[in-house]
Design a protein around this ligand. Structure first.
Ligand SMILES: C[S@@+](CC[C@H](N)C(=O)[O-])C[C@H]1O[C@@H](n2cnc3c(N)ncnc32)[C@H](O)[C@@H]1O
Length: 250
């Protein structure tokens, strides 16, 4: 049970909201002068406080505080439920199972592409994998400049996958985006594995890379280090988020 909560903190946050509601609901009849929005705000404060006591990640606190007031205000707009249904499915198609993976969609900068291009071999054949390749932008740009490379990407969210697939369809045959779960992809056949994910999967991803990747191959992580494992090289990038590339030779 604890494992599920750790893997999906959204469930923990929801349970805390329910618990706060159960605590507050009996008080509602004794204080009828408060408006619904004031009750919602009170609920938010209690939920944020309980979340704080349970040491839930700090960025959840404003979400917990604003969740119920936002529900009350949105319901006051009296929008058709179809809009919410549409919004939900659109987010699901763009972000996939982010609530579970804790890896949302954001794209590598052009500076990352430039630095990666300078690291990849120009004269000999190599294979490159982008784990969670988003819309395939990085792959198709590197594919243009590195004719000796075979580029692969795996992506779990439907709309980014479709965009990536269409984008790479018209490239040379050795650029391929596949729909699937990166955890089921064996990494043994790649010379370079690139990941731009989040802090959450990094320890498990390192274990997987150490198990499967060939000696001498490169594992590169954009922005997110592997706790406790010193990289061979760190490259500071001059992009909008001043991110870093962490490079390990396996
Ligand atoms: C931060 S984006 C990086 C996109 C792209 N690699 C880039 O650098 O521009 C991370 C992507 O990983 C995908 N992702 C997260 N978990 C995944 C999994 N288990 N299997 C496949 N893709 C996953 C997300 O859907 C998201 O599109």
């Amino acid at each position: 049970m604890l494992k599920i909560f750790n893997r999906m903190p959204v469930l923990k946050a929801l349970l805390i909201q329910l618990f706060a509601f159960v605590c507050i609901a009996p008080l509602m009849s004794s204080l009828p002068t408060l408006t619904l929005l004031e009750w919602a705000l009170f609920q938010g404060i209690v939920a944020a406080f309980i979340s704080y006591c349970f040491r839930i990640a700090s960025w959840w606190l404003p979400i917990q505080l604003c969740f119920f007031p936002a529900v009350v205000l949105t319901l006051a707009l009296e929008l058709s439920p179809l809009w919410f249904c549409l919004g939900f499915f659109l987010l699901l198609l763009i972000y996939g199972k982010t609530f579970q993976t804790q890896v949302p969609l954001y794209l590598s900068s052009t500076e990352v592409t430039r630095v990666l291009a300078s690291l990849l071999p120009q004269q000999r054949n190599f294979t490159f994998m982008d784990l969670g390749c988003g819309c395939g932008g990085l792959l198709s740009k590197l594919n243009k400049t590195h004719t000796h490379g075979a580029f692969y990407g795996i992506e779990a969210a439907p709309i980014p996958y479709l965009i990536g697939k269409i984008r790479t369809l018209f490239r040379r045959p050795n650029c391929n985006v596949q729909w699937g779960d990166l955890w089921k992809q064996n990494l043994g056949q790649f010379d370079v594995v690139y990941a731009y994910l989040s802090p959450v999967p990094m320890p498990s991803l390192w274990e997987k890379a150490s198990r499967e990747m060939q000696p001498g191959s490169l594992f590169i992580s954009n922005t997110f280090a592997v706790p406790g494992i010193t990289p061979e090289k760190i490259i500071a990038l001059n992009d909008f988020s001043k991110s870093k590339l962490y490079i390990w030779r396996m």
